[in-house]
Design a protein around this ligand. Structure first.
Ligand code: AHR
Length: 532
């Protein structure tokens, strides 16, 4: 199985060192937090693509997850599970990155088109060494996207594929001319060209995507960016054109980001990119023994929270490199793989990366989404790993059974932030202390949705103490604040097939007093409220 370099891992000691800062004893007692919202100062747009998903051919993410095949007794439309589609529609998934991941640099698209019975079984060497049946290919992917209402984000094979193969794939998908490839697409059931909003130029080509040096990758990437064209006539204007995302940050040294951005600054007319990626996983302990996904207490909870806060540093560092070459922030940072990565569920294939999903993971999801939104001028997209049954999943399935995870609930609560405008919030986070660790207690973001509604997301990281939040709203007359809160009795509370509603949102609101909005945030909770 693919292993990361030790440098990359957000090991616990490093994460804790980051979080350590001197805390006066008095501050540790304080459970009240003040925040000030500048409602009349609209900030950068928060792209809905920050709420993107990632679906790799890995474990049961695709097969058994979203794809059951047309002959299945599990209700489906053309092989795609109807219960999954309904759940994903409710969180308004903006885009789905596919087919990998490491799998993407092993994927040969011709194996996944044409009559399914004639498609060749191939291998999935990165993920469990299982057979890849190729039953879910290009047409099934686009059918799935149209059923859930999401855009395409295709990660092409630079590691083991050729420029010709990639160029052909994009001609096959997007051309409306009578070329042999476009006619083949029509013969396979789709005469109209497909729309591809994002092209991933490889995946982790510093490791599983071919272990290339940064300089080598840049030369390959330029050729692929040049020849992988989107011919769809509806995508030829600047507002509709496909965005190309190059591989960035390589496991702790910054060569890739620097080399790609330098090349971009010196580019000529023949190629371009609109984004660069950052992959950053939350590993509560260490790579070899990451820690359990369920059955833990405050110790593992705090390690997970401390490790995820590394994302702040990673974004700051990559943004600083990008600023050197692109001070006007034309190139977006795409955190197109992120999430908590724990030990696999006991008894499962370790190559399938199956883990339970708890209240801790919901807090982690919300902290990261808030961070991406706060950096929306540079972070143009993010894709949580991964959508179904893999790593920090939205949905778990077992045969016909399906359950929505606490992370899913956060995504549902955060829908109002899609394509909103950030609103500045200043706040004193307070401190949550555990043994000698001191973490910010409260986190918050505010934004105006497309119809002008003002929204606030609030997180209380502290698993023991409620937080009293006093908010001053400048520039808007607010009379009420209502919404939902997600919390539970235990940090590892989770939803199971037998008990699917252990962690679900409940009604929540604030009250007005002395010109302030007051909230009592329960311990270990995530709340989203609309201010009216
Ligand atoms: O998400 C699982 C794997 O993590 C992806 O395939 C790879 O890109 C990353 O290392």
């Amino acid at each position: 199985m693919y292993l990361r370099s030790a440098r990359w891992i957000a090991s616990v000691p490093a994460a804790f060192a980051w979080a350590l800062h001197p805390v006066p004893a008095a501050a540790q007692q304080r459970a009240s937090v003040r925040l000030e919202v500048k409602a009349d100062h609209p900030g950068p747009k928060i792209s809905r693509d920050i709420f993107g998903q990632f679906a790799e051919h890995l474990g049961t993410g695709i097969y058994g997850g979203l794809w059951v095949g047309p002959g299945s007794p599990i209700p489906n439309v053309r092989g795609i599970r109807s219960d999954i589609v309904a759940a994903l529609r409710a969180i308004k998934v903006p885009n789905v990155r596919w087919p990998g991941g490491c799998f993407g640099d092993n994927y040969h698209w011709r194996n996944g088109i044409g009559p399914r019975a004639q498609r060749p079984p191939t291998l999935n060497p990165d993920w469990g060494g299982v057979i890849e049946p190729n039953g879910f290919g290009t047409h099934e992917y686009f059918d799935f996207l149209s059923q859930i209402g999401a855009d395409a984000f295709i990660s092409e094979n630079i590691g083991s594929g050729t420029v010709e193969e990639a160029a052909d794939w994009f001609e096959y998908m997007t051309s409306d001319k009578s070329t042999a490839l476009a006619k083949r697409r029509a013969a396979n059931g789709h005469p109209a060209p497909y729309r591809v909003n994002y092209l991933g130029l490889g995946n982790e080509n510093w490791a599983c995507g071919g272990a290339m040096s940064a300089a080598h990758y840049v030369e390959e990437m330029k050729r692929f960016a040049r020849y992988t064209r989107n011919y769809n006539p509806a995508q030829q204007s600047p507002g509709t054109a496909m965005k190309r995302v190059a591989v960035g940050w390589d496991s702790g040294n910054d060569d890739y980001t620097d080399a790609v951005m330098k090349a971009w600054k010196e580019k000529n007319w023949a190629w371009d990119i609109e984004g660069i990626s950052l992959h950053g996983y939350t590993i509560p302990n260490r790579w070899e023994k990451k820690g359990p996904s369920v059955g833990f207490g405050e110790d593992e909870y705090v390690k997970g929270i401390a490790a995820t806060l590394k994302m702040k540093e990673w974004i700051a560092k990559q943004s600083a490199i990008m600023d050197k070459y692109d001070p006007d922030k034309k190139v977006g940072l795409y955190v197109d793989e992120w999430g908590i990565w724990t030990d696999s569920n006991p008894g499962t294939n370790p190559g399938f990366l199956q883990q339970q999903n708890t209240l801790r993971d919901a807090v982690i999801a919300a902290l990261n989404l808030n961070l991406f939104m706060r950096n929306a001028d540079r972070v143009h997209g993010a894709n949580i790993a991964q959508m179904i049954n893999v790593l920090q999943a939205m949905i778990l399935t077992d045969g016909p059974k399906m359950v929505l995870t606490p992370t899913y609930q956060v995504y549902r609560m955060y829908v109002p932030f899609h394509d909103s405008a950030a609103v500045p919030v200043t706040f004193d986070a307070g401190t949550y202390s555990y043994r000698d660790l001191h973490l910010p207690r409260v986190d918050t973001v505010a934004a105006r949705d497309s119809s002008g509604g003002l929204w606030l997301a609030l997180i209380n990281v502290d698993p023991n103490q409620p937080a009293s939040v006093a908010a001053t709203i400048d520039g808007a007359a607010v009379r009420s604040a209502t919404g939902q809160v997600l919390t539970a009795a235990a940090v590892d509370a989770h939803n199971s097939f037998d008990r699917p509603n252990e962690v679900v949102p409940r009604p929540f609101g604030g009250r007005i007093s002395g010109g302030q909005l007051l909230f009592d945030l329960p311990p270990k909770s995530v709340a989203v409220v609309e201010l009216r």
